[in-house]
Design a protein around this ligand. Structure first.
Ligand code: NAD
Length: 252
């Protein structure tokens, strides 16, 4: 019998991270989900015996280190790291405060780096590993009123490309998934911001996001999870350095 693999999914208490954790667990992979709040993580871990909850803040290097130490002592080294935690905000660039800029970049870009950093050398030494960043189509093209988000997600694509080249001979693959608008809490918060700032109704605001995906519907978290599951499969061993758009047909 081969030992099961062990995956880390950050921001695994909701939305895309929750769907990825469940898809990996259903495929027989042990999953450690992390986030800042225990309650949603425990709810997700209650949904599958292979999912284990641990609180950690991806912007805090010591917190990520403690997470690695505890989770790896209990379930073995991480074979898979999914850097999914992320936040968004919106404002015209000239009204974006430095505080807001730093907050978004800290979680989305620095947090993604801190999430994967402790796994790089051990994975390379073992000659296998899978790193998947949940970026965004906003990592591949520009959008108005979300400058820090777009910049941080472009940064994630740059980080992914750099790591994929650095690790290309080691058996470790590094890729990014780039969703369009996905039906999650983050989208609900974006809808609420549009309502607050423009006075549009909730339905109108929601319609705007739906229409921004060219195929005319919101993406489901499990569609993103299916791509992650494929990227960590043995059949995807030759796929590295790629940004996979799951956006209902965005082109640029
Ligand atoms: P979500 O708000 O449900 O999930 C984000 C998760 O990240 C939450 O569980 C949150 O607690 C966690 N998180 C935030 N800051 C953290 C920190 N400092 N440390 C640890 N965890 C932290 O939203 P989602 O849509 O599932 O977002 C998941 C990822 O998908 C994000 O990176 C987001 O940018 C990306 N994404 C979302 C959409 C969308 O339309 N929803 C589109 C493209 C990309």
């Amino acid at each position: 019998m081969t030992a099961s693999r062990h995956a880390l999914v950050t921001g695994g208490g909701s939305g895309v991270g929750e769907a990825i954790a469940l898809a990996l667990a259903e495929a027989g992979i042990d999953v450690t989900v992390c986030g800042r709040r225990a309650e949603p993580l425990e709810k997700v871990s209650a949904g599958h015996a292979r999912i284990h909850a641990m609180t950690a803040d991806v912007t805090d290097e010591a917190s990520v280190k403690a997470l690695y130490e505890t989770a790896e002592a209990e379930r073995g080294p991480f074979d898979i790291v999914i850097a999914n935690a992320g936040i968004a905000s919106s404002a015209p660039a000239h009204r974006t405060t430095l505080e807001d800029w730093n907050r978004i970049v800290d979680v989305n870009l620095t947090g993604a780096f801190l999430t994967v950093k402790p796994a790089l050398q051990p994975m390379a030494k073992r000659g296998s590993g899978r790193i998947v960043f949940i970026a965004s189509v906003a990592g591949l093209r520009g959008y108005a009123y979300v400058a820090p988000y777009v910049a941080s997600k472009h940064g994630v694509i740059g980080l992914m490309r750099a790591l994929s080249v650095e690790l290309v001979k080691t058996g470790v693959t590094v890729n990014a998934i780039c969703p369009g608008y996905v039906e999650t809490e983050m989208l609900e918060e974006s809808i609420a911001r549009v309502v607050e700032k423009t006075g549009r109704s909730r339905e109108e605001a929601r319609k705007g996001f739906i229409e921004a995906n060219p195929h005319g519907r919101l993406i489901k978290p499990r569609e993103v999870a299916a791509a992650a599951l494929w990227l960590v499969s043995p059949e995807a061993a030759s796929v590295t350095g790629q940004s996979i758009s799951i956006s209902g047909g965005e082109t640029w």
